[in-house]
Structures are given as C-alpha cells and as structure tokens.
Design a protein around this ligand. Sequence first.
Ligand SMILES: [Zn+2]
Length: 138
Amino acid sequence: MNPETKRSLKKEGKALAAQRSAAWQAALTRANPAPIGSDAWMQNHLRARVNEAWFAEKQRDHISAIEASSRFVLISSEETGQPEPYAECMSCHDLLYSAPKKAVTCTCGSLSVSAGKRPRVSALTEFRAVRLIGKGIA
Ligand SMILES: [Zn+2]
C-alpha cells in the first residue's frame, strides 16, 4: 500500500467514525431531547427505562409499527456500523426479529423471517436492519 492510499483510507475511516458518532448522538437526542441534568431529562430517562424493560421482558419476534414508534427510536445498521437484530419493513414499519421462535410476517405481508437454525428474510419491499433505543417522549 502506498502512502497516498494509506492516507486516503485513514481519512475515509475518520469520516465514517465521525458520521456514525453523529448518527448515535442524533438518535440519543431524539430519544431524550431535554437538556441533560434537567428534571425533564430525568422524567424522559425513566420513561425510556420503562420502554426498555417492556422490550427486555420477553423475546419479541414481531413489534407493530405503532408500538415501535411510541416506545423506540430506531438506528440503522449503516449508522451503527454493526449487524442489528431487527428488520424494519419500509412499507408498514413493523419490526421483525431476525431469529424468531416461529416464522413471522409484518402487517402488510411484504417482509417475513423464517424460524429455525438458519432463519431467512424474505422481502417484497425494502427493509433495513435496526437497533431499538428506548424513547423517553411520546
Ligand atoms: Zn410490512
């Protein structure tokens, strides 16, 4: 690798890291927009914990779009730079777990994930892999 290529890759890497960091910051701000340290921030934080407890209480193979938007802020795998466990149907915005106990299909029928050792995603529409962040505001 020549020094110019190395410099160029280093620059691209730094830009990507900055982009991901900004995406995380934006998602966390959407989840709790109140100023850190304020009473409003703490109330939002406690509400976000309730939503995260709801999420953690059992494996949720299918989360409806309404439930998802009221409880969570979503961040895509492109933004996190990591594989993420849920697939979001870009038509109806339901979320399907990528390793479900039983085969699952979204409300509009465009996205489904099979069960078993090697689950498969079947999509008739666009979808994206997402992470769920507990939301502190309605
Ligand atoms: Zn759908």
